[in-house]
Design a protein around this ligand. Structure first.
Ligand code: 0X9
Ligand code: CA
Ligand code: CA
Ligand code: CA
Ligand code: ZN
Length: 416
């Protein structure tokens, strides 16, 4: 595993860097998986600022990936890091043996129910063909490597831009968070297949325009399963080592130590706001929904994994209220977030209660467009290490259906 990975990284380096010197890449330094117990938000932000890759947080315990150099630095700063595993080892343990490896364009053996990009495209195409009166498939643009960033619109009279609240769902900004793509696909299938038979679904489709972008990062997602093995990849596939899409949005971009300027960091913010074609395409689409001076999209939900959390803006500041966020608005976020969390059993909190992030999608949606915007961190709650990103495909149904009531709450709120 380690060997194959290094060869692959080496080739990418040659192709992208040409004759220039190759800097020491995070990809081929020794990476460990660590836990830190009993953290508060300030300590988690300190960890994030050190550029480590936070995998999950549960009851104050952080699971993260760090290079040995980063671990040394953090220990010198008094942080009690407990090394629980090796990054390459963890992936090797989760991946099938060499002889069981799937073809390059399929998920690893046993996980074939997850949708590859091709399968996702086929499924969306079929949904549109079977429900052409309420489903319309287009795209908001292309990824760095040229894959279509699919957009499914679901509404009655779908070909007409009606005066109905528009609600946007986005998934898979982070490559390895494959369960989120299944979540968006589940939303598409539920609001098409159950239309006409489920009264709540029918009412929402008749009175809303539901917009779904099932993968914002198809290049990264395909790379993450390349060779039929999970790669633990987070960012897109642009440039030397990719950009973290959820640090590339243009509201208070790079302001507050909640992202990294180092290209090999897993939270690299990119060279400028919207330098990633994927964030730029979705942002342009959102901007195109300003009609007659009024933003038509009133609510938005972005799916991630993992930790089972309901998060709301702002992420760039610990303050509950800030420019563009009044006390009443902060209370509405907390109220609706808490009500959604009561239906799926997640933990509700302002996103900076987790750790500071800047350039995140929710801050831009709300700060720029007053779109009522949340993030869900899906299953599992904890204990996964790297495995947390790769739950077996047997959980897809349960863990996507689990969010049906929360999705309906947000769709209803969008009309208020
Ligand atoms: O760090 C992130 O981008 C998200 N967590 S993940 O483990 N999926 O990478 C959390 C984003 C929460 N949003 C803000 N803090 N603004
Ligand atoms: Ca399976
Ligand atoms: Ca309609
Ligand atoms: Ca409309
Ligand atoms: Zn994520």
């Amino acid at each position: 595993m380690g060997k194959i990975r290094r060869v692959f990284v080496g080739l990418a380096g040659v192709a992208l860097l040409g004759a220039t010197a190759v800097p020491a890449s995070a990809s081929d330094t020794d990476r460990g998986i660590y836990e830190v117990d009993g953290t508060d938000a300030a300590q988690r932000t300190q960890l994030v600022r050190a550029g480590v890759d936070v995998l999950g947080v549960a009851d104050g315990t952080v699971t993260l990936v760090a290079t040995s150099e980063q671990a040394r630095g953090l220990r010198a700063d008094g942080i009690d890091l407990d090394r629980t595993g090796d990054f390459d080892r963890a992936l090797a343990d989760r991946n099938p043996d060499t002889d069981l490896r799937a073809a390059a364009d399929e998920f690893p053996a046993g996980d074939e129910d997850y949708h590859t990009y091709t399968e996702l495209t086929d499924t969306l195409t079929t949904a549109e063909a079977e429900h052409g009166d309420i489903a319309s498939l287009s795209s908001v643009g292309e990824s760095y490597e040229g894959r279509a960033l699919h957009l499914m619109k679901i509404s009655d009279n779908v070909a007409v831009d009606e005066d109905e609240p528009e609600v946007l769902f986005t998934c898979n900004q982070h490559a390895r968070e494959h369960l989120t793509t299944e979540m968006c696909l589940h939303i598409v299938e539920r609001f098409t297949d159950d239309y006409g038979s489920d009264p709540a679904v029918t009412e929402l489709v008749n009175t809303r325009e539901i917009l779904v972008v099932p993968t914002m990062n198809p290049d990264g997602a395909e790379y993450d399963i390349s060779g039929g093995q999970y790669q633990g990849w987070r960012k897109n596939r642009q440039g030397w080592d990719g950009t973290d899409l959820n640090r590339n949005w243009g509201y208070e971009w790079g302001c507050c130590g909640g992202s990294s300027g180092w290209q090999f960091s897993d939270t690299y913010r990119g060279s400028s706001p919207f330098s990633a074609p994927e964030t730029a395409a979705v942002a342009d689409f959102v901007e195109s929904r300003i009609v007659g001076g009024e933003q038509q999209i009133t609510a938005h939900l972005d799916f991630h994994s993992y930790s089972e959390l309901v998060l709301w803006p702002y992420g760039y500041t610990y303050d509950d209220t800030a420019e563009g966020m009044t006390r009443e608005e902060a209370e509405r976020f907390a109220d609706v977030g808490t009500r959604m969390a009561a239906t799926n059993g997640y933990t509700p909190q302002q996103s900076s209660d987790l750790y500071i992030t800047d350039g995140g999608i929710n801050d831009w949606m709300w700060g720029e467009h007053d779109i009522f915007s949340f993030t869900f961190e899906m299953y599992p709650a904890s204990g996964g290490g790297m495995d947390g990103f790769y739950p077996p495909d047997e959980v897809i149904d349960r863990e996507t259906t689990r969010n049906d009531d929360a999705v309906d709450i947000l769709l209803n709120e969008a009309g208020i």
